[in-house]
Design a protein around this ligand. Structure first.
Ligand SMILES: [Ca+2]
Length: 110
């Protein structure tokens, strides 16, 4: 199937994908808690966030103001969620946290 966790190609893709996620019932409840995993992380990459499926540059980023913050040093945050905070955006979060997820099967930049 060649599926990976979702990544947004651009702002238009972000808007379309956000509307789709709402349509299929993803609630985005409780701000950071209701975030959805994205196919972006910096595991083993010294805080440089890349596409998790192939390590390539992330085509589009929209971080929540103040993020990524690595939990201000209280824990390690190397994975990324998409949250309904400040008009939707990315948060770096602990990879061990449980979150909803959405996969995509094709990438625009292939
Ligand atoms: Ca964070």
């Amino acid at each position: 199937m060649h599926a990976s966790l979702m990544i947004f190609d651009d702002e238009n893709d972000r808007e379309i994908s956000t509307n789709y996620m709402k349509e299929i019932g993803i609630s985005f409840a409780d701000n950071y808690v209701g975030g959805v995993w994205m196919g972006i992380n910096c595991v083993g990459n010294n805080r440089k966030f890349v596409a998790s499926h192939d390590g390539s540059a992330v085509p589009f980023e929209k971080w929540i103001p103040g993020e990524p913050n690595n939990d201000n040093g209280y824990s390690i945050e190397e994975c990324v969620t998409y949250c309904d905070v400040n008009g939707y955006g990315f948060n770096d979060d602990s990879c061990a946290t449980a979150h909803q997820y959405v996969c995509q099967t094709r990438f625009k930049y292939y």
